[in-house]
Design a protein around this ligand. Structure first.
Ligand code: HH2
Length: 281
């Protein structure tokens, strides 16, 4: 799919136009242990204030997450995840029309989050929970299918691929077909190669270069490279010092054709994406 093509992404009755303007998904982690902003927004009032700020800074989507997926992260119970995320989603829904996504691998959490007002389910396990597809098919929510090799606990233990780009592409194609069998419409789906999820630095770089092979699947592609550890390793930077590297990755991904960027630094990423869009169009 060439750069500049419009794709419609159906998210609970809303037709979201993906491309040519880059859509920004701002990260709101209501977790004590996320790798770069863990603990900052555990207080629901602070989380809601940050969510509204994410929108004021120009994001199209607020991605609310209640379970860290950093390498080695310990899983949390559905109840705990709901206690962290649902009050925040309800309050945000009452105060903004921006799209809200729930970053969860659990169908139970996704279902309650959509009932509370979320428009999108961001599933880093791409439907590992057998009940997840039904949440999307029954509610019409948008669905992000992300590639991960292994689980967060084990994924960085020597990840291997024959050819990372074609392996990830084939996985995403298979997951789309599986979702369709469960009644999820292709128009509800966005795809994500899962930067940092069971990948070496070389795998991440290959996937960023290989974005055109993923956009060729005909659905919007999302990239989450923001502050990730491959940027830290390649540039020798701690998470707070990864803004320049994150913006470089975002701009590169944009120029390779992605429609959606998942970012921590919303204001700076919106500026970068806006200028790239103006120069390109
Ligand atoms: N990355 C993280 C979490 N969710 N979802 C998608 N679709 N794509 C990603 O690349 C992605 C994601 C990890 O980043 P973060 O939320 O900042 O950290 P943590 O998982 O530690 O909360």
């Amino acid at each position: 799919m060439s750069v500049g093509t419009h794709i419609i992404w159906n998210c609970r009755g809303r037709a979201v136009v993906c491309g040519p303007r880059t859509l920004i998904m701002g990260i709101l982690n209501v977790t004590p242990d996320s790798f770069s902003d863990g603990g900052e927004f555990v207080d629901p009032e602070k989380a809601v204030a940050r969510g509204l700020e994410i929108v004021a800074e120009g994001a199209d989507i607020i991605d609310v997450g209640g379970e860290s997926t950093r390498p080695g992260a310990a899983p949390v119970s559905p109840l705990e995840e709901m206690e962290r995320t649902i009050p925040v989603i309800e309050k945000l829904r009452a105060q903004t029309d921006a799209l809200i996504s729930i970053d969860t691998q659990k169908a139970e959490v996704a279902r309650v989050a959509v009932a509370a007002g979320a428009d999108i389910v961001n599933d880093v396990s791409a439907l590992a929970d057998p009940d997840m597809a039904a949440v999307a098919s029954e509610t019409g929510a948008g669905l992000v299918l992300m590639h991960m090799q292994g689980t967060p606990e084990t994924m960085q233990n020597d990840p291997r691929y024959d050819d990372v780009v074609s392996n990830v592409r084939n996985f995403l194609e298979e997951r789309m077909a599986f979702a369709a069998e469960q009644g999820v419409l292709p128009k509800q789906i966005a795809l994500d190669p899962g930067i940092g999820f069971g990948k070496t630095d070389e795998h991440n770089l290959a996937l960023l270069r290989g974005i055109p092979e993923l956009t060729a699947l005909g659905r919007p592609v999302l990239i989450g490279a923001s502050r990730k550890s491959f940027i830290g390793r390649l540039l020798e930077r701690i998470p707070e010092e990864r803004l320049a590297g994150s913006l470089a990755a975002a701009v590169f991904a944009k120029l390779r054709g992605v429609q959606l960027l998942r970012v921590h630094d919303v204001k700076e990423s919106c500026d970068a994406a806006k200028l790239v869009d103006m120069m390109r169009n």
